[in-house]
Design a protein. Structure first.
Ligand code: EPZ
Length: 417
């Protein structure tokens, strides 16, 4: 177990290159089991979730090597069809392997992924869609047993634009007999990145990034080399780090086109942003303004993953803001910890009312999940005095060496094991 020790009030200034996207690299790595040829994935961040995904790949029989930010996956000529319960419980997003294992093996055995601190995380939409593709599914004793004589293309409508369900349908139908269409598909940029990766393997996917995706089944997929897109949530988190400390940073290797909701909200609060093709420069000296109301929505709406980092910024903004969390039912775990630091936040159901205070003060707080943990680091950066953030392993799931990135830009933050 480790903790961050932060001495607040140092303005964050400098330049940060954005890491590869966690929510793109995980399904891309899962997709590599669908070919016996070598796949080379560049721009893979050093994250606990990537480490766990490598363990899953090795458990299924793949040979995985990592050199710096490049991961090479090669096949040993066989692929197991079962993911052990321990790994599934450690990382519920391993459910994204289901579609890929079915394409390779036509059967799969996974333990139910279960929930996580931010919500129950059901997979009913995944399973309903797979059944339409001809997959037989039995749920027993906490396990999902899947089997398909063959996978046949189908027209699938998602009741909700689920990111994971959209990805699992793409992975399960990419070599199906016939064509699959997904309507009301998730439009997140990570979906488009997965489709681009699959097409580089020889798949025939069109419409990714829109709400209607078409997947024409192909006979085989070949090896490829691919560079993962930058992480828009991590990029947004670092922009907020500058905004919350009255700093001035340039985020490089970013894709601003994927960050409109994040940048628009910062501009609405009064931050000065200079947006280039692959970088964003933020200058934020004065106290920022509250935002009347923010509602998290599926992409291209305001991202749920940036909700808690923004809440830290709203906590010290001038005025009262309302934040409505529409995606996950329990994504305010960080509120109690921010209140310990002097924030004035009231929660009722999925709505948080944040009354900006002049100053937060340092305290010992506890990360309870990934993005809420990042929010506590941001609060510590602007607080008066010393903040200790416990349970950094949650934060390490999605941010590569966050303390190194921030201390390079002037933050007084260190990791204490
Ligand atoms: C992905 O989770 C991301 N994770 C999440 O990022 C992100 O918050 C989420 O998409 C929304 O953008 C990865 O990509 C690994 P969903 P996912 O299926 O696929 C309900 C982070 O911090 N739902 O779009 O699980 C579900 O309960 C993480 O990086 C069903 O009801 O998200 C939730 O309320 C957190 N039935 C909503 O849909 C289903 O079968 C959104 O879930 C599936 C989902």
């Amino acid at each position: 177990m480790s903790r961050f020790e932060i001495i607040g009030k140092a303005p964050i200034r400098g330049e940060i290159s954005v890491q590869g996207a966690k929510n793109a690299v995980l399904p891309i790595l899962a997709a590599t089991i669908m070919t016996e040829e070598v796949c080379v994935i560049d721009n893979c961040p050093y994250l606990r979730d990537v480490d766990k995904t490598i363990l899953v790949l090795r458990g299924l029989g793949s040979k995985v090597m990592r050199t710096d930010h490049t991961i090479t996956v090669s096949d040993n000529g066989y692929c197991d069809c079962e993911i052990c319960e321990t790994l599934m419980r450690q990382m519920r997003s391993s459910i994204i392997f289901l579609g890929a294992i079915l394409t390779r093996c036509k059967k799969a055995v996974l333990s139910m992924p279960g929930g996580c601190p931010i919500g129950q995380r059901p997979i009913d939409l995944h399973l309903k869609a797979l059944k339409k593709l001809g997959v037989k599914i039995k749920e027993e004793h906490g396990f999902i047993y899947c089997y398909a004589d063959k996978i046949t293309g189908a027209d699938i409508h998602l009741d909700f634009p689920s990111v994971g369900a959209t990805e699992n349908i793409m992975l399960a139908s990419v070599m199906a007999q016939g064509t699959t269409t997904i309507s009301n598909a998730a439009r997140e940029p990570e979906i488009k990145d997965l489709a681009n990766f699959l097409n580089s393997m020889g798949a025939k996917i069109t419409g990714a990034g829109e709400s209607q995706i078409r997947i024409e089944g192909v006979c085989e997929l070949h090896g490829t080399r691919y560079r993962v897109m930058p992480d828009r949530i991590v990029a947004g988190t670092y922009l907020i780090a500058a905004a919350i400390t009255g700093g001035d940073i340039t985020i490089t290797d970013a894709e601003p086109d994927n960050m409109n909701a994040i940048c628009d909200t910062l501009i609405q609060m009064g931050a000065n942003l200079d947006i280039g093709d692959n970088k964003i420069h933020i200058m934020s000296a004065d106290r920022l303004k509250a935002v009347e109301i923010i509602r998290t929505m599926p992409y291209p709406g305001f991202p749920t993953d940036i909700q808690s980092p923004f809440m830290s910024l709203l906590s010290v903004a001038n005025g009262t803001s309302i934040l409505v969390e529409n995606i996950f039912e329990n994504r305010f775990r960080h509120v109690d910890e921010l209140v310990r630091m002097g924030a004035d936040i009231k929660v009722s159901g999925r709505t948080a009312i944040i009354k900006g205070v002049d100053e937060l003060y340092g305290a010992t707080v506890r990360a309870r999940e990934l993005r809420g943990g990042a929010a506590l680091v941001l609060a510590g950066l602007c607080a008066n005095g010393k903040t200790i953030v416990d349970n950094t392993e949650y934060i390490d799931r999605g941010y590569e060496r966050i303390e190194e990135c921030l201390s390079k830009c002037g933050a007084h933050i260190k990791r204490v094991n």
